[in-house]
Design a protein around this ligand. Structure first.
Ligand SMILES: *Cc1c(COP(=O)(O)O)cnc(C)c1O
Length: 424
């Protein structure tokens, strides 16, 4: 299975013997039977790879994890109850009180809040940097206690494109973990692990589910960071007292990060994905390659149709010629940039509200990246908790409308938008 389109459909679950279900079964069981006590003990010792309890792992969830790990090109994955949980577990897997994170200032509002407020309260400090900063500025932001450099492939909702080469080069030089949220690009359009990222996170709530039916997240380990002998992450080389002395670098090889995340943090925090939800995400992923093409085509159609419109100040879409991040998009997202674009209404917030009221096909919802076209005014909703200064810093002015192009007919979507603009 070489091609990504085939992996979307076939990776993960495979029937093993005659009479097995062809389709991934939903394994609705919390527990797993063992014949001999030594067998179960061996599972707990991580000597035998098998199931013990569904908070740690479950066959349906495992099949979905395998599919996404395969798509991203990682050595393993851990599905979580939400995208937020994926980010939290990623952070806590390497950060303790007193540690530090460097994050792009235009990350998703929920991530910004987690880093800026909740994790700060726990003594984990974040420096937000301008994603367009120079290599030297990025280097200077990384301190001895920095454990993660974090950014999004395509940022939500400011639609900037990550300069992978710049970030990867600095992270490699400083020997710090490079974590990328690939939610809006998906592995069909961009594979961060091939571009120097060590860890990839997703909100599976978005394109992976694709139909807006379930909240979920996933962490993928590229297996590319050498924790063995690392001064920055000594706990990976030391016995874990909470897991009867396991040494992750020794016992788990290049899957040290994802194994620790599962057996230590998922065990303790419990933000696991249910079998039912993993089934939905797995089913969604079977058509991900087809949907991402249509989402991308429709978003570009909308961007081109509204560019230069008298009621619009600006349009941001990565693959729109002339856009500030067009060259980066051409380099890293050559086959499409996903369905999200943002537009700035020339009449400010009032016009933005009027525009929303005038739409018929596009609905106002707190969501992006599902099959139905939708939109949101972030400044009054998802980004409401941010100060005006923080809004500016993360690239979300008050006249910004975030549009998520669905997979309907492109002309129908464009017509709905143009009619709504006319009537402002
Ligand atoms: C939605 C989103 C999240 C948060 O995911 P949830 O599943 O809503 O918890 C994180 N990052 C990005 C880029 C998102 O779009």
């Amino acid at each position: 299975m070489k091609n990504i389109d085939t992996k979307c459909v076939q990776a993960g679950y495979q029937p093993q013997k005659s009479g097995d279900p062809r389709i991934l079964p939903i394994c609705q069981s919390t527990t797993y039977y063992y014949d001999k006590p030594e067998e179960l003990a061996s599972v707990f010792d991580l000597k035998t790879d098998n199931y013990m309890y569904s908070r740690i792992s479950n066959p349906t969830v495992a099949a979905f994890e395998k599919k996404i790990a395969d798509l991203e090109g990682g050595v393993g994955a851990l599905a979580t109850s939400s995208g937020q949980a994926a980010m939290l577990i990623t952070v806590l897997n390497v950060c303790s009180t007193g540690d530090h994170i460097v994050a792009s200032s235009n990350v998703y509002g929920g991530t910004y809040n987690l880093l800026d407020v909740t994790l700060r309260r726990m003594g984990i400090d974040t420096t937000f940097i301008d994603p367009d900063c120079s290599e030297n500025e990025l280097c200077a932001a990384i301190k001895d206690n920095t454990k993660i450099v974090f950014a999004e492939t395509v940022s939500n909702p400011s639609v900037t494109v990550l300069d992978f080469d710049k970030f990867a080069k600095v992270c490699k030089k400083k020997d710090v973990l490079f974590v990328v949220d690939n939610t809006l690009a998906t592995p069909c359009l961009c594979r961060p692990l091939e571009l120097g990222a060590n860890i990839v996170t997703h909100s599976t709530t978005k394109y992976i589910d694709g139909h807006a039916v379930t909240i979920g997240g996933i962490i993928v380990d590229g297996g590319t960071y050498t924790f063995q002998g690392s001064k920055r992450y000594p706990e990976f080389d030391r016995p874990d007292d909470s897991y009867h002395g396991i040494v992750y670098t020794k016992d788990c090889g290049n899957a040290a990060f994802i194994t620790k995340a599962r057996v230590q943090l998922m065990r303790d925090l419990g933000a696991c994905q249910s079998a039912q939800n993993a089934f939905y995400c797995n089913l969604g992923t079977e058509t991900l390659h087809l949907r991402m093409k249509r989402h991308s085509e429709n978003a570009l159609k909308i961007a081109q149709a509204v560019q230069g419109h008298k009621k619009i100040d600006w349009v941001k879409y990565p693959l729109l010629p002339g856009y500030q991040y067009y060259d980066l998009a051409k380099k890293y997202l050559p086959f499409g940039a996903g369905g999200m674009l943002s537009i700035g209404l020339s009449g400010g917030e009032d016009s933005a509200y009027q525009f929303i009221r005038n739409l018929k096909l596009l609905k106002l919802v707190t969501h992006v990246a599902d099959s139905r076209s939708c939109l949101l005014h972030p400044a009054s909703t998802t980004h409401r908790q941010l100060s005006d200064a923080a809004l500016e810093a993360c690239g979300v002015p008050k006249n910004l409308i975030r549009i998520s192009a669905g997979i309907e007919d492109g002309e129908d979507i464009v017509n709905d938008i143009l009619h709504a603009l006319e009537r402002i």
